[in-house]
Structures are given as structure tokens and as C-alpha cells.
Design a protein. Structure first.
Length: 80
């Protein structure tokens, strides 16, 4: 596995991808090393819940028959 770790004292507007990682499946994570402790704590202690997602799909289907047909098609795709 190729990897590269870059630490910037003053992050530029644009960061180039190291040659060894170009045109490959790659994960990029941006992590601030000078983040105030209270902000990090706030992010870690406020996870999303399933209740946050309720109602997000509202309006995707016009009728319950459309929902049933969609679910049936998905089941058939998994079984077939």
C-alpha cells in the first residue's frame, strides 16, 4: 500500500496529489492539528440519530402503490 503523509504549517489553497497516488482509489482526510479543544469535543458529542433522517424522503413517491412497486423491484433485483 502506497501512502503519503503531508503536514503543512500553513495549508495552501491547493494541494497536489503525490504521483504514486494519482489515478488510484484513494481516501483523503483533512484534519486540523490546531483545532480548538472545545470544537473537537462538540463534534464528537453530537452524533446524528435516526430521528434526524425521518421525513427526509417525503415526496419521493406519489402513492403507496409506487412504494410497493419500488420495494418489489428492489427485492427482485437482490434475489435475481
Amino acid at each position: 500500500m502506497s501512502h503519503a503523509r503531508l503536514i503543512f504549517e500553513d495549508t495552501p489553497d491547493v494541494i497536489s496529489v503525490p504521483t504514486a497516488l494519482r489515478h488510484r482509489k484513494t481516501e483523503v482526510i483533512f484534519l486540523s492539528l490546531d483545532e480548538p479543544e472545545d470544537i473537537i469535543h462538540k463534534v464528537k458529542t453530537s452524533p446524528r440519530t435516526l430521528l434526524d433522517l425521518i421525513g427526509k424522503g417525503q415526496g419521493c413517491f406519489k402513492t403507496s402503490k409506487e412504494i410497493d412497486a419500488f420495494v418489489r423491484e428492489e427485492r427482485d433485483a437482490w434475489e435475481g
